[in-house]
Write a protein of this length. Structure first.
Length: 283
C-alpha cells in the first residue's frame, strides 16, 4: 500500500539531516527535526517534497498494477464464479462464436464496435440451493432488462461456454419494486412539515432514499437500517425509522421484510412519489 507523501518526505529528510557531511555543512542540531531547521519554502524542503510526490505516484501506480494483476488472475481462473461473471459481461450481441474454441473472432472489428455489441453491463452470479449444480446468472443492460431476443441469444452464448452438467438460470427483468413507510423526526428550524428545506430547495428524505438505492451495487442487499443511518446524517433529520418495508419482483404482490432484501432481478426501484410514505414529526 502506498505511503503518504508526508511519510515519504519524512524518511528522506530524516536520512538527510542524519548525514555527517550535511550536519557539518549546515551546522545542524541533531536534536532537532528537519522542519525545525529548514523553512517550508526553503529550496531543500521544496526539493524533497517534489521527490516525495514522485515516489508517492510511483507507489500508487504499483498498487494499481497489483490490483489489476489480481483481478486478471481472479477472473481468468476458469469456471469460477468470477469467470462466469466475466464471461457474461463479454457477451457480444449478434456475433457468432468460433465453433472449435467457442471464442469470438474480433480481428475485423474496432474496439468501439466490440463495445457496442457488449450489451450486458451488469451481472451477478450466485449459486442456487438445488440438487443439480445450478448457477443463477442475473443480467441487465444499464438500467433495463434484456428483451426476449437478447435473452435468447445470451442464453445460447452462456450454454456454449458452460461446463457440461452445470445448469444456468438466466434472470433478467424490470427492477424489483420497493415500498417504504418512514417516520422522520426532524428539526422544525431546518425542515417544514412536508420535509422540505426551509432554506434552499429539495426534500432530503426523497433525495437521500433515491441516491441510496442508486448507489447499491447490482444484486446488492437493501438494508433498511443502513438507509436510516444515511438519512440521519442529513442536516435537520434527527431520527429516521423505517416502520414498514415491502418488496417483490415487479409483477408479484409486495411482501413485508424486516432486516434485509436481495432483489430477485438484481435491481431495486422505488417511486418516491408513490412507493415512499413519510410521516414527519418535529423534535
Amino acid at each position: 500500500m502506498a505511503r503518504s507523501i508526508t511519510e515519504i518526505k519524512k524518511q528522506i529528510t530524516d536520512d538527510y539531516i542524519a548525514n555527517e557531511t550535511i550536519i557539518e555543512k549546515y551546522g545542524l542540531d541533531t536534536s532537532k527535526t528537519f522542519e525545525q531547521q529548514f523553512s517550508k519554502v526553503s529550496l531543500e524542503s521544496i526539493k524533497f517534497y517534489v521527490i516525495a510526490c514522485a515516489h508517492w505516484l510511483l507507489e500508487k501506480l504499483f498498487d494499481k498494477h497489483i490490483e489489476e494483476a489480481n483481478d486478471i488472475v481472479r477472473n481468468k481462473r476458469t469456471h469460477t464464479i468470477g469467470w462466469y461473471r466475466n464471461t457474461a459481461l463479454n457477451f457480444q450481441y449478434g456475433k457468432d462464436l468460433m465453433e472449435d474454441i467457442t471464442e469470438y473472432d474480433n480481428s475485423e472489428l474496432t474496439d468501439e464496435e466490440i463495445e457496442e455489441q457488449k450489451i450486458v453491463t451488469k451481472c451477478a452470479v450466485v449459486k442456487a440451493d438445488s440438487v443439480k449444480p445450478t448457477l443463477i446468472v442475473k443480467v441487465a443492460k444499464d438500467n433495463a432488462p434484456l428483451n426476449t431476443e437478447e435473452k435468447a441469444a445470451f442464453s445460447a452464448y452462456m450454454d456454449a461456454k458452460t461446463d457440461a452438467g452445470i445448469v444456468l438460470d438466466i434472470v433478467t427483468g424490470e427492477p424489483d419494486r420497493l415500498w417504504l413507510s418512514i417516520l422522520i423526526r426532524h428539526d422544525g428550524l431546518v425542515l417544514n412539515g412536508n420535509g422540505e428545506k426551509l432554506v434552499g430547495s429539495g426534500n432530503p428524505v426523497k433525495e437521500v432514499t433515491e441516491k441510496h438505492l442508486k448507489d447499491l451495487v447490482f444484486n446488492g442487499t437493501f438494508y433498511p437500517s443502513l438507509l436510516e443511518q444515511e438519512l440521519m446524517r442529513e442536516p435537520g433529520i434527527k431520527v429516521a425509522t423505517v416502520q414498514v418495508a415491502q418488496a417483490a419482483p415487479a409483477s408479484q404482490t409486495l411482501t413485508q421484510f424486516i432486516d434485509a432484501y436481495q432483489p430477485f432481478t438484481g435491481a431495486l426501484k422505488i417511486d418516491v412519489d408513490n412507493d415512499l410514505i413519510v410521516f414527519y414529526e418535529v423534535i
